[in-house]
Write a protein that binds this ligand. Sequence first.
Ligand SMILES: N[C@@H](CCC(=O)N[C@@H](CS)C(=O)NCC(=O)O)C(=O)O
Length: 209
Amino acid sequence: MVRFMIDVFCDSSPNGYKVLILLEETGIKYRLVSIDLGSDLTTIPGFLEASPDGKIPAIVDHDAKSEGESILLFESGAIMLYLAEQSRQFLPDNAVLRIQVLKWLFWQVSNFGPTLGQLMHFRSDPESPIEILDYFFSQTKRLYQFLDRELEQRDYIAHEYSIADMAIYPWVAIHENQGLNIPDFPNLMRWYFDMEDREAVERAYDLKI
Ligand SMILES: N[C@@H](CCC(=O)N[C@@H](CS)C(=O)NCC(=O)O)C(=O)O
């Protein structure tokens, strides 16, 4: 497989690690471009073309051309779907199984990630009103409890190991920043340690970003 070379614009945040885990799992060749989001983004060759709103992650696929142009993508969910489809890994062909993976991928990008992101944002500001902190903390706990219940029934979130697990893991990996205790969620904890032990996951987190 491994026909293509991808540029990945990334920093060491959960949305970036999702894509790095997938790249490490698939064996797709890639070049990591570390992004300091506080720097002058206009000086980073190719970044704002791939991600006009200046967010990471973003990719450029130099080999797959669309009307003669390289494929440029932002949004971690779209990137994961693209890479899974191109590599034909971690996303089942079977329509019934495939939609389960996509359901959890959409859940992660539209619900789990944004809720946890808001919680961490307000936790980092000492002036945040307690009502806002309580609201996002209770919503985060509810999402962890939901994952815990679901993972009581399956080894992985959508049966087979998939891009949905890879999308969820980097957010759970920073549970301490969310004020949560992983042993409070025993099924999630079992899944979390399984994920942590994967060689590709270790390689992604060992990258110098
Ligand atoms: N929905 C987007 C979120 C991307 C995102 O917010 N990335 C953060 C880092 S995790 C970022 O680039 N923040 C910089 C900014 O908002 O200016 C995705 O899933 O890719």
